[in-house]
Design a protein around this ligand. Sequence first.
Ligand SMILES: NC(=O)c1ccc[n+]([C@@H]2O[C@H](COP(=O)([O-])OP(=O)(O)OC[C@H]3O[C@@H](n4cnc5c(N)ncnc54)[C@H](O)[C@@H]3O)[C@@H](O)[C@H]2O)c1
Ligand SMILES: [Zn+2]
Length: 345
Amino acid sequence: MAAVHVNAPGSDYDILIEPGLLRRAESWGLRGSVVVITNTTLAPLYGASLAAQLSAALVTMPDGEPYKTLETVGQLYAGCVSAGLDRGGTVVVLGGGVVGDTAGFVAATYMRGVRLVQVPTSLLAMVDSSVGGKVGVDLPQGKNLVGAFKQPEQVLIDPEALQTLPEREWRCGLAEVLKHGLLADPALLEMASCSQHNAPATAELVRRAVQVKVDVVQQDPFEQNIRAHLNLGHTFAHAVEQVSGYRWPHGEAVGVGLLAAARLSYHLNLCAVSLPEQVETILNDAHLPLRLDNLDPQALYAAMATDKKWQNGRSRFVLLRGIGQPEIVENVAPELIIATLEELQ
Ligand SMILES: NC(=O)c1ccc[n+]([C@@H]2O[C@H](COP(=O)([O-])OP(=O)(O)OC[C@H]3O[C@@H](n4cnc5c(N)ncnc54)[C@H](O)[C@@H]3O)[C@@H](O)[C@H]2O)c1
Ligand SMILES: [Zn+2]
């Protein structure tokens, strides 16, 4: 079994990665009252069996980002009350990032906080959203506007669950894995071509990608400095999501955002042209989009300029001097940003 240890503020916990974990829940050692929270897609796949093994109540929410709301949180609180979850109880959160964030927020706030066990089932949730303690929901005014920091008791990852993940979601998660590879672990760039059906291979991919996020988050648990490196490719990605009216899924936007960041790094003479070329090859191998299609560069630039990380109109990007060498660069000339976007049309 692979374990990654996390030193989080006020708590230490392990992230366990092991094929078959979901079939061996009796051995998880949970105490007290337990509620499993999942969504309607995952309930029949894994949720019902997990709740039965844990002798726990199963509470479900609808599937999808539009349900990552305070209204859903209210319904989940009601489900926890009906199930008799008390102060000493545990919420087991089974699902992708949407369930993880929403039900994680329930665990952070129900009765001023109960124990949380994260069981991420999407690749993105395994390598990204279940690590770092951020939980929360969207408001009509914007994404992730309400939330908390809530460290889990443990994170349990069963790579076998990836076999039922829709292929497009798998590819979207790969974009975040590639981001981690570019930030800190070049081996991940080679491993990203593995099949989602090869549990030993995905276990190793997840372990290494999780380690990158853990290393960054441990150095900067409250997002004061180097955690910003995790935004590699994301300034571009958020603009792509916004301008496309969210028709571009996050992971695909991150993929092309990584390429844009690598190309901008090259234009600023931070790296050789071989870096963006390598990123393009890797994205192509991962079947992620390489071009922005019909998205207008001026509109993308205007969307970026509203990024909350750009202070007083000064642009701010995470760029690369090379693989494993991220750097924050401010005040990049708008013409250069727009030229980079035009190259990707
Ligand atoms: N908290 C954080 O630090 C953090 C970081 C990154 C992203 N996020 C959040 O994560 C969310 C995105 O997460 P996501 O990409 O996992 O999306 P998601 O939770 O919507 O999952 C994607 C789809 O895959 C399905 N699914 C998940 N696992 C499956 C499995 N094993 N088998 C079959 N289907 C499965 C889900 O039901 C859903 O339909 C966003 O809301 C984002 O804001 C949070
Ligand atoms: Zn992301």
